[in-house]
Ligand binder design. Structure first.
Ligand SMILES: Nc1ncnc2c1ncn2[C@@H]1O[C@H](COP(=O)(O)OP(=O)(O)OP(=O)(O)O)[C@@H](O)[C@H]1O
Ligand SMILES: [Mg+2]
Length: 264
């Protein structure tokens, strides 16, 4: 019998919708979306501008309350919890990376990374020790005491990633993390994500750049607030392989036929 490896569901949306009310009118940004993120998945959400990607990610990250539907983090239904409880779960379980970095300008790299740990009551020594370790992990040890405005865009985003890792979250959510970067810095950020994924992290990244999306193992396409298709890279490779085999078989048949005709 074939063994099926069951991976834990880290994050789940069940029939989630988001309607933004604006005076007399409204926008249905997300319409009845259900999805699951399993442990150690690396997912890209891709789609045109205005299709609802950021809204979807901020619902997943508990930054936006859906109008309908339920959000589960590590199996816990957070939909009906109060704001304080939701903030607590967000702080512990979600690491968010934004396009515009969102670092605190008056704090050093080290201090920025320690901030999320303060809310969980980790003592100062432990905070700094852990922060230094993560800053090393994103390759920024040499910028420990710099302030954000003394860093390049790529370096700032690495600080933001380190900050997202501070509380050892269940999932890292990144909204256009390379959107403000030149292509080389963008590539570096993508490589850090690939590395984190290899080390067992679970990640969801929003992008409208196909090349960047292909760093991940699964692509969720969003169109007009709904999932239009989901592509797993493994499956895609399999599909391409199947096509190659088909073509090859055709060629073999043709050759056989030709040989046969020749022999006649
Ligand atoms: N706070 C808000 N109030 C009202 N409408 C909003 C709000 N945020 C987003 N929208 C609308 O919801 C829709 C989806 O927006 P969203 O920002 O999720 O799209 P997106 O796919 O992230 O786009 P982009 O690629 O440009 O970042 C858009 O029509 C947008 O105008
Ligand atoms: Mg967006």
């Amino acid at each position: 019998m074939e063994m099926v490896k069951l991976r834990r569901i880290v994050l789940e949306l069940k029939n989630v919708s988001k309607r933004y009310l604006m005076g007399e009118t409204y926008v249905d940004a997300i319409k009845d979306v259900s999805l699951r993120v399993h442990e150690n998945e690396f997912i890209s959400i891709i789609g045109p501008s205005g299709s609802g990607k950021s809204t979807l990610l901020s619902i997943m990250g508990l930054l936006t309350q859906p109008t309908h539907g339920a959000v589960f983090i590590d199996g816990i239904n957070v939909s009906n919890m109060n704001k304080d409880k939701i903030a607590e779960i967000r702080g512990k379980k979600i690491g968010f990376v934004f396009q515009s970095f969102n670092l605190i300008p008056s704090l050093t790299v080290l201090e920025n990374v320690t901030v999320p740990m303060m809310f969980l009551g980790v003592n100062r020594r432990e905070r700094e020790e852990r922060a230094k370790e993560i800053i090393r992990e994103v390759g920024l040890s040499f910028r420990m005491y710099h302030f954000p405005n003394q860093l390049s865009g790529g370096e700032r985003q690495r600080v933001a990633i380190a900050r997202a890792l501070a509380n050892d979250p269940s999932v890292i959510l990144a909204d256009e993390p390379t959107g403000n970067l030149d292509s080389q810095s963008g590539e570096e950020i993508v490589n850090i994500f690939k590395n984190l994924h290899r080390k067992g992290r679970t990640m969801v990244m929003v992008t409208h750049d196909e090349d960047i999306a292909h760093a991940s193992k699964k692509l969720i396409h969003i169109k007009d607030g709904t999932i239009s298709k989901t592509v797993s890279v493994g499956n895609k490779r399999m599909m391409i392989e199947k096509q190659v085999i088909k073509k090859k078989n055709k060629r073999v048949k043709k050759n056989k036929k030709e040989n046969y005709e020749r022999m006649k």
